[in-house]
Structures are given as C-alpha cells and as structure tokens.
Design a protein around this ligand. Sequence first.
Ligand SMILES: NC(=O)c1ccc[n+]([C@@H]2O[C@H](COP(=O)([O-])OP(=O)(O)OC[C@H]3O[C@@H](n4cnc5c(N)ncnc54)[C@H](OP(=O)(O)O)[C@@H]3O)[C@@H](O)[C@H]2O)c1
Length: 401
Amino acid sequence: MSKVLIIGAGGVGRVVTYKCAQHPEVFSEIMLASRTVSKCEDIVRDVARDTGHQHLSTAAVDAENVPELVALIRSFGPKLLIHVALPYQDLTIMDACLETGVHYLDTANYEPKDEAKFEYSWQWAYQDRFKEAGLLAVLGCGFDPGVTSIFTARAAKHHFDEIHYLDIVDCNGGDHGKAFATNFNPEINIREITQKGRFYENGQWIETEPHEISKMLSYPNIGERNSYLIYHEELESLVKNYPTIKRARFWMTFGEEYLTHLRVIQNIGMASIEPINYQGKEIVPLQFLKAVLPDPGDLGDNYVGETSIGCRIRGMKDGKEKTYYIWNNCSHQAAFEETGTQGVSYTTGVPAMLGAMMVLTGEWSGKGVFNVEEFNPDPFLDQLGENGLVWHEKENIDLEL
Ligand SMILES: NC(=O)c1ccc[n+]([C@@H]2O[C@H](COP(=O)([O-])OP(=O)(O)OC[C@H]3O[C@@H](n4cnc5c(N)ncnc54)[C@H](OP(=O)(O)O)[C@@H]3O)[C@@H](O)[C@H]2O)c1
C-alpha cells in the first residue's frame, strides 16, 4: 500500500491514473498534479466514477519549478513519482525527488527546449546522486521506450545467447478521421520525427536524412505499411546494455497524407523551435502549431484500428542462428472505452503504471538510475496482458529485415 504522485494531466496521465486506480492494493493513495488543475479534476472525476477508488486527489504544480515541486511532494508524501508531463521537466523533477527522498519513473528522456536532442547523458549523469540517496530512478517506462526494451530483455534472457540484429517496429494502423493530428504531444512528436534518422551498425552511429530509408513491412492484423527508419531513444541504452548487438534500428509507419502535411509544416517554418517576434511578442512556431492542432487526448472518439509495436531480432542460440518476433497490438476503440483516450496514450500509460507497481512491490529494485531493460522482464511481462496489453511471440520466421 503506497502513495503515488502522478505529474502531467495529458492523454498519458489519464491512462496512468485509471490504471493505478484499478490497483488500490498497491496504489492506496493517488495524487494527479499538473500545470492546469482543471484537467486533473476532469480526469480524477472520471476515474473515481469508473473505478471507485476512494483516495484520489489533485493539485496544481509547475514541474519546472523545483521549490514548488518539493513543497507539493512534502505535503503529500508519496513513495514514488510517475512523471508523464513533458521531457523538458525530467531534470527538475529528478532534482525534487532527490531533495525529498522519493523514487522516480518517466517515459521519455530529457530534452532541452532549445535543441531537439534525444540522449540519456543528462539523466545518466544523476547516477551517483540517486545511488548515494538510496533512491531508484526508472527511465523510459512507456511502450517505446519501455515495453520494447523489456521485450529485448526477454529475448536476451530466454531466447538468445547473443542478440546480433535488433529492429524495433512501430505501426499505428489506426484512423482518427482528422486531416492531420499527432498521437501524443504535438511539439514533442514533431521534434522527434522531423530530426535526422540514425541507426547503430558495427559500433558506430550512422546518420540519414529524415525519412530517407523506408521499407514495406507487414504487421499482424494490420497488413503492409511503409515503415521509415527514424532515431529513437531506446537504441542508445539497448546497444550499451547488449554489447553483442551489431545493428540496431527503429522503424515507424507514416501514411503519405501525414508525410505531405509534415513536409508543408516544415517548409513553411512551422516546425521551427527558434523563437520569432510576432506583434511584439516572442513565440515559438512549433508551440503555436501545437495550440491549433487537435489535442491528442481528444482523438479517441471515432478512432478505429490498432497499433502494433514490437521487436524483430536475429541472433545466436546454442550455436545456431535464429529469428524472433515479439509484439503487442492495441485497439484504439478498446482503449477509449476503458479510459476515454486513444491507443497511443494507452500503450504508454499501462507500462508506466506497471513499472511503478514493480518498484512498489519490490520486483524491481536498486539504487541509482536504470533503463528498464536492466530489470527482470518476467514479472512485468507476466502482468502486461492482464492489464490490457496482450503480447505474442514467434520464433524462426521471416523478419522481412
Ligand atoms: N515512451 C513512450 O512510449 C511514449 C509515448 C507517447 C508519449 N510519451 C511521453 O509521455 C508524456 C506525456 O505525453 P502526452 O501525450 O500525455 O502529452 P500531453 O497530452 O501534452 O500532456 C502533457 C501534460 O503535461 C503538462 N505539463 C506541461 N508542462 C508542465 C509543467 N511545466 N508543469 C506541470 N505540468 C506540465 C501539460 O499541462 P497543460 O495541460 O497545462 O499544458 C499536460 O497536461 C510526454 O513526455 C511524451 O513524450 C512516451
């Protein structure tokens, strides 16, 4: 029985709050805090109605303000903080956790606001401070990063002596009926997918132009989709933690219509993160664009189809080469019926809750900063299906890659 503080009342925060409230035996008291408290109140009202959890509360907090965070944490007294606001706040929240003696868990690595740069260096630099404080920081416990890293850990533990080739494949086969929308925070999402592609081969990182490399891949229950090589943050920790990997890549599907919109957005300068002066006020074009795009949390209504995310792996077992595919498909409609939001928020929120459960029940422990593949994957994967994300695996099949 533990108190948990969730920060961030977006689509992912909604799912995390629902999922924690479904386990009152672990999460006995839950507080949801965010910049706009009315968003927390809306979520908590729905969660209380649907789950009957008796100890839910809300608060307003600016997660970029350490003293404000420290005061809130001290007044509530959680054992663990689940950070599902934005990656810009990772470091201030980690600072506040250190100051108050609280374990930390997030779903996305730190990004400075003025540079779209995805790397773990800033958070790995907290290793000694978390260790000395006897605290645990769990990094990247969403779906990707998160479940994809835990799928890789399962492959390494149960299926391979050496992993040689890792391809993470992420398909959204859903249709929300809008001309253009992103499935999670538009600012973070557009920063991620408009950057240069990058993959790891023979000890080196190889850079590509954005969306330069693509391949038609088939996804279970969805069919063939054009998949583009992009950089994704879990590649960095996975090649470090599994040094036998010779090549690691990440593929994401995009429709032609989506890419056309994206090209126009970039060509007219709306994806820029450089501030401009507009009528005497400084604005960031990408932040303005976020304000006019659909809120990802509102996409659930009429969203049909499924996501399919998994790992395709080639390596050695008992002296022979083998292939292995492990994946989950998630229905947008089922996610919406359960939590009032779409599948991308759902596939991120469920693992965040489960990671928190692993820490609070002692299944995952340690002192310092950890990426999720460093923990035992078994207790997590044992519970993933019954918490809404059923997974499947196949051996010795054509991986198409
Ligand atoms: N690993 C994965 O698989 C994965 C997948 C998708 C998303 N993610 C991550 O999940 C996180 C949440 O995504 P989302 O789609 O839920 O985003 P979202 O809908 O934009 O929600 C973010 C929430 O954070 C709040 N917030 C922003 N700045 C804040 C601040 N300074 N202090 C307090 N609260 C603040 C926002 O408040 P306002 O409402 O007041 O703006 C908003 O409610 C992001 O970090 C994203 O990168 C991870």
